[in-house]
Design a binder for this molecule. Sequence first.
Ligand SMILES: [Zn+2]
Ligand SMILES: [Zn+2]
Length: 212
Amino acid sequence: MFCDLPLSCRCGHTRGVAREVSPPAGFRLVCYCTDCQAFAYYLQRPDVLDPSGGTDIFQMPPGRLTFSAGEDALRSLRLSERTKVLRWYTECCRTPIANTAGGARFPVIGLIRSFMGHDLTKDLTKDLAASGYSRDGILGPPRCRIHERSATAPLPPNAPPPASFGFLAHRAGSALGWWTRGLPRPNPFFDERTKAPRAEPRVLTPSERAAL
Ligand SMILES: [Zn+2]
Ligand SMILES: [Zn+2]
């Protein structure tokens, strides 16, 4: 079963929708890397991390995400000159939205759970409560964890398993499939015509990065 997942920053200014979401239509994982943690600290939003410093991410094709309001608050960040990864958030309430590649053509974006709305239960109640659907039901539980050596506390017993080679191979195959089906387009984080990021990325200096 596919469904459309409503998206919203904490204050509700920036909104959107992730379409045709289901567990096999993406890859939900928990990333414990220090860059994801630094992003949360930069935004002064450590509350978006789990108790072990993990970020809950749903990797999906860019073309299935659209914004419906508040795009003026979109901002992007690069943690250093070296890294091309763009980390997107909203200026209004400093909610992490997603991680993307530096260019519009990469077929995968990482949608961050904190953008999946704070009233999600209420939103879901309207459409889906009758079927007992929950966010876990829509996204599926996290399939794996990555970079757990950077976790800030011991992982809970029910933590997802480490990424296996099979998982990585399957994910690469799916990303290729999204690519061939044209799902990178339109990429909502990049101008469709110029391919430039819709918000000029701010690049942290080495000392700013080190302070996080
Ligand atoms: Zn907001
Ligand atoms: Zn990470």
